[in-house]
Design a protein around this ligand. Structure first.
Ligand SMILES: Nc1ncnc2c1ncn2[C@@H]1O[C@H](COP(=O)(O)OP(=O)(O)OP(=O)(O)O)[C@@H](O)[C@H]1O
Ligand SMILES: [Mg+2]
Length: 321
């Protein structure tokens, strides 16, 4: 498999000027938004790119589109240097910034698509086929004649996703494509993206704060923090890195003092039910055996750590809160 996205030691430093307190002197400050990032994405993969606010996710995506020029390192997308060959690259990538639309605000949705048709010189049959597919799968039929500014956020987002795909891009960057969407719209967008990736082999880089997006769409996830890549691997592996815990929920015959065990600790007691936390990497079997031996056990279940709390702990451990 060939890598369609390649970053090698990529940096982006912003020079910011800010007023220094009450004094009127302006101070120059450097912000290292992206601080030496190396990764590659093989063709056809769908990768999650997550991290706390201000971590450098959008800045990375902007360098991958050519909107921003890196301060250091090398970026290659589909064999091109994005900032030097931005126009050529534009025909091969699609971008959705959830926070900002690329559609024409005052024009009906369909007019933005017609402009894209001409701008990217999309062959008529491809344009038709892609538009029909998006209209059907993203429920855009009723919306094509509506000026973009009248669309709801969820409708506009679906419109933006369609706009990013009319020219058959090989690579799709999605920067928070489900932000502010209701549950039904989110599900629709996720299904659409999964099918697109599977059927067309489109490579997708997905940034989101909704971890359900990642759980449902990406096997691989990269975590960025303060401009640095702190994790790159399987979603499941985050549990280990995050030092997460599983929970044993134990029902006893009656209310008892908290269970005492060396390798698990009681985190909650409610009547005869007790919750015991233990390292996610450990096996539950020996714990269960010990409890059954010493306590009047009626029932039990094991709860997996949810990814939400794993990530929260991971960010917190790194002193981000
Ligand atoms: N044009 C700019 N000029 C100066 N600083 C910038 C600029 N763009 C981004 N930054 C700074 O770079 C850092 C990374 O910003 P970025 O937008 O990439 O974060 P993010 O990971 O996308 O965050 P969020 O989850 O909030 O969208 C932040 O500290 C931000 O303030
Ligand atoms: Mg961002």
């Amino acid at each position: 498999m060939t890598d369609v996205i390649q970053l090698d030691g990529v940096e982006k430093v912003f020079e910011v000027r800010r007023k220094n307190g009450r004094r009127l002197r302006r101070e120059r400050k450097q912000v290292r938004a992206v601080d030496g990032i190396t990764f590659s994405v093989p063709r056809g993969e769908m990768v999650g790119y997550i991290g706390p606010n201000g971590a450098g996710k959008s800045t990375t995506i902007k360098m991958l589109t050519g909107i921003l020029t890196p301060s250091g390192g090398q970026v290659r997308v589909a064999g091109l240097d994005p900032s030097r060959e931005r126009t050529r690259l534009a025909r091969r990538i699609g971008v959705v910034f959830g926070q900002r639309t690329t559609l024409w605000w005052d024009l009906p949705l369909y007019d933005s698509y017609r402009l894209a048709h001409r701008m990217y010189r999309i062959p008529d049959d491809r344009f038709r086929a892609n538009l029909d597919r998006c209209v059907e799968l993203l429920d855009l039929g009723e919306l094509l004649d509506v000026p973009v500014r009248q669309l709801s956020l969820g409708q506009r987002m679906r419109g933006d996703i369609a706009a990013a795909l009319l020219h058959d891009p090989e690579v799709l960057y999605l920067d928070e494509p489900t932000i502010g969407l209701d549950v039904v719209s989110k599900a629709k967008v996720r299904t659409f993206l999964r099918d697109l990736n599977k059927e067309r082999g489109t490579t997708v880089l997905l940034t989101t704060h909704d971890l359900t997006d990642i759980e449902q769409l990406c096997e691989r996830v990269m975590v960025i923090d303060h401009g640095r890549l702190v994790y790159d691997g399987a979603l499941a592996g985050l549990h280990e890195v995050g030092g997460s815990e599983r929970t044993l929920v134990v029902d006893l015959e009656r209310e008892l003092a908290p269970i005492e065990l060396a390798d698990a600790r009681v985190v909650k007691v409610e009547g005869p039910r007790q919750w015991l936390a233990f390292p996610a990497s450990a096996s539950a079997a020996p714990l269960v055996a010990k409890i059954a031996e010493r306590y009047p056990l009626v029932d039990l279940s094991v709860r997996e750590p949810d990814i939400e709390s794993v990530i929260a702990r991971m960010y917190a451990d790194r002193g981000l809160h």
